[in-house]
Design a protein around this ligand. Structure first.
Ligand code: MN
Length: 130
């Protein structure tokens, strides 16, 4: 079975390392980008199965990245999961309004992180079924 490819857009190296480690441990292929513009370019070329999007990014925040991704026709259906340390009321709504499919809070919990992301992916059984 072809592994799911996840694009991780995250500027913090330690967060990138942890998320990549956890996802690869569960059989995902991970491609990382350190900022929004590079993430958008990689998404366009790669067409990942899911995009994990940090909200606090330099130059272009995650909301702007999500809006830009949703403007790119072939990427419109790809699940985008926002990762944010903002604990403010209304943030979840802001993520969803920008085009994200869901939301995970930082710091990520290594015990539940992969399962939370898995909820946004199609079940493996539905892949390649006749
Ligand atoms: Mn960040």
């Amino acid at each position: 079975m072809k592994p799911h490819t996840i694009l991780l857009i995250e500027d913090n190296e330690q967060n990138r390392y942890l998320a990549t480690f956890l996802l690869e441990q569960h059989g995902f292929k991970v491609v990382a980008a350190p900022d929004g513009p590079q993430g958008i370019e990689t998404a366009t070329q790669l067409r990942p199965d899911l995009i994990l999007l940090d909200i606090q990014l330099p130059t272009m925040d995650g909301y702007a990245v999500a809006r830009a991704l949703r403007q790119i026709q072939p990427l419109r259906e790809i699940p985008i999961v926002a990762v944010t340390s903002y604990a403010m009321v209304g943030d979840r709504e802001k993520c969803l309004a920008a085009g994200c499919s869901g939301y995970i809070e930082k710091p990520i919990n290594p015990d539940t992180f992969v399962a939370e992301i898995g909820k946004f992916l199609p079940p493996p059984a539905s892949q390649g079924a006749p």
